[in-house]
Design a binder for this molecule. Structure first.
Ligand code: ATP
Ligand code: MG
Length: 259
């Protein structure tokens, strides 16, 4: 049985103009699996990602159809407290733009301490927050603990986002463009940290436009094009023998860039 089962799932926005941006998508992830969702800008990747922990709902011009089942819990048929209870503890989320996702008036370390406290009710949650920052390679963690998000570099903010998403030890981590805004060396450090989390039997969904990252780190690949998953399968096979024209274009661009 899949840990995450998305079936015939669609999302439309009504404003500023009616538009279906996710179209009858099916996507399944098993326990311990590392998957990647790739596609060009505007393909609908973030919209689909945000739908998984129920961060979009049928209001304010958003229309949702179909099913998302996480561990048999139907996200769009369950009560708000049930879905809220999954966030952080069972589904961790790394948002595409850390600067927008982090609270600007809370120091990064304090935000992490609060998160750890909510998840684990630890008396020494500050010590745990510092440990996380160190574990994620933020040297001088004690100093950076008191920095506000805008005072951190892009790479540091990304590490704080990672710590926030991983601190609850969730069964599934959704990482939306986890390597954007970080330099080439750090790209791989960030990916290694995420993959390390999965070595403990956890699942990962990497959302990226970077086919290189997807090819290198995922076991299963989903290719999204104009709101549809046009091709999916084991990464190694799909990269060797893409069948959809868009996947071929994506891979050719990558191979051209590598040469
Ligand atoms: N809240 C919203 N209201 C209306 N339209 C939206 C909203 N959010 C996203 N869209 C539209 O949905 C489409 C898909 O956007 P989405 O952010 O899901 O794409 P993406 O694949 O994540 O792109 P990128 O790679 O640039 O992050 C785009 O046309 C975008 O303008
Ligand atoms: Mg996006």
């Amino acid at each position: 049985m899949s840990l995450l089962a998305i079936d015939d799932f669609s999302v439309s926005y009504s404003y500023p103009a009616p538009k279906r941006v996710v179209n009858n998508v099916c996507l399944h992830i098993n326990t311990g699996e590392i998957c990647a969702l790739v596609g060009e800008s505007g393909a609908g990747k973030t919209t689909l990602g945000l739908s998984i922990p129920g961060l979009l709902d049928n209001s304010g011009g958003v229309n949702i159809n179909g099913h998302i089942l996480f561990d048999d819990i139907d996200i769009y048929q369950s009560s708000a407290p049930v879905v809220a209870g999954l966030r952080g503890k069972r589904i961790g989320y790394i948002f595409q733009e850390p600067l927008l996702a982090l609270n600007p008036v809370i120091q990064a370390g304090e935000l992490l301490r609060e998160t750890i406290h909510v998840h684990n009710k630890l008396a020494n949650s500050k010590a745990e927050a510092l440990q996380w920052l160190e574990k994620l390679g933020l040297v001088s963690a004690k100093r950076y603990y008191h920095y506000y998000p805008h005072q951190l570099s892009g790479g540091m903010r990304q590490r704080v986002m990672l710590a926030l998403a991983l601190a609850g030890n969730p069964d599934l981590v959704i990482a939306d463009e986890p390597t954007s805004g970080v330099d080439a060396t750090m790209k791989h450090e960030v990916m290694e940290l995420l993959v390390a989390h999965c070595r403990t039997g956890k699942s990962l969904l990497i959302i990226t436009h970077d086919i290189g990252i997807a090819a290198q780190y995922s076991q299963k690949l989903f290719v999204m094009y104009k709101g549809e998953v046009v091709e999916s399968g084991p990464t190694k096979e799909l990269v060797k023998q893409p069948t959809h024209p868009y996947t071929r274009v994506l891979l050719n661009k990558y191979i051209h860039f590598m040469n």
